[in-house]
Design a protein around this ligand. Structure first.
Ligand SMILES: [Zn+2]
Length: 248
């Protein structure tokens, strides 16, 4: 059994807000991504969960992890993540590890790219992949230099495509946005989107654009000014992938 709770932190980077997922039997669920520090959201998690046996973070970004401390205190349960600094009373998650908790089997998939500590979780019994911010329910994930790495990200997308097929998974439950019911199609579209963007960056470079700012102006025409800093970081990740310098 998988339950979804939406945190009240909508925004340009978080879409409708952070998704918190509760997996397993009430009273001893696994909480994936507690979300931001927010008393009402914490109360909703506690009410829906009853009790928890484990808290997992898909990656270190605050909109997924800020709420961990108070929730772990409340439930008195361990916290695990790929980043050891997020762990409490538990080891760091390793690629391929199988967690048996709350009557459910979760398999850990290291999927670096959005951040170097990003993981996905396979919930085979539910035919689902929990994707954190590696795949989102709407739009595309931000790969921001230097925390994100596009070379790693493209390899992670390939790996996810393989796992979706091998495990016959039918849906992706993302860190933001709605559930994805065409997982293979969405992963293929993500990959194509990245390759298209890289082609645009190559063209901008060939046309004489110098540095991230000029490339953003050439590639992201009419971009909301609020999103320019994110686009700059994204272009830096693309330049790094292409083996070009990332400054200025
Ligand atoms: Zn997020």
């Amino acid at each position: 059994m998988i339950t979804h709770l939406l945190a009240p932190n909508p925004g340009p980077m978080t879409l409708s807000g952070t998704n918190t997922w509760l997996i397993g039997e009430p009273g001893r669920v696994v909480v994936v991504d507690p979300g931001p520090e927010d008393a009402a959201h914490r109360r909703a998690i506690i009410d829906a969960a009853g009790g928890a046996s484990l808290i997992i973070a898909t990656h270190r970004h605050h909109d997924h992890t800020e709420g961990i401390a108070a929730l772990a205190d409340h439930f008195g349960c361990p916290v695990r993540a790929a980043d050891p600094t997020l762990c409490r009373d538990g080891d760091r998650l390793v690629d391929g590890e199988v967690i048996n908790s709350s009557g459910v089997e979760l398999k850990v998939l290291a999927t670096p790219g959005h951040t170097d500590d990003s993981i996905c979780l396979v919930v085979h019994s539910a035919g689902a992949l929990l994707s954190g911010d590696t795949i989102l329910g709407r739009g595309t994930s931000v790969i921001a230099h230097p925390d994100g790495n596009l070379t790693d990200y493209l390899a992670s997308l390939d790996r996810i495509a393989d796992v979706l097929a091998a495990e016959h998974l039918r849906r992706i439950l993302p860190g933001h946005g709605p559930e994805i019911t065409d997982p293979a199609g969405v992963v293929a579209a993500y990959r194509q989107h990245r390759l298209d963007r890289l082609e645009q960056v190559r063209s901008a470079l060939a046309a004489g654009a110098v540095g991230a700012e000029e490339i953003v102006a050439a590639v992201y025409e009419g971009l909301d000014p609020a999103l320019v800093p994110a686009a700059m970081q994204s272009v830096r990740a693309q330049l790094e992938h292409l083996g070009e310098g990332t400054t200025p």
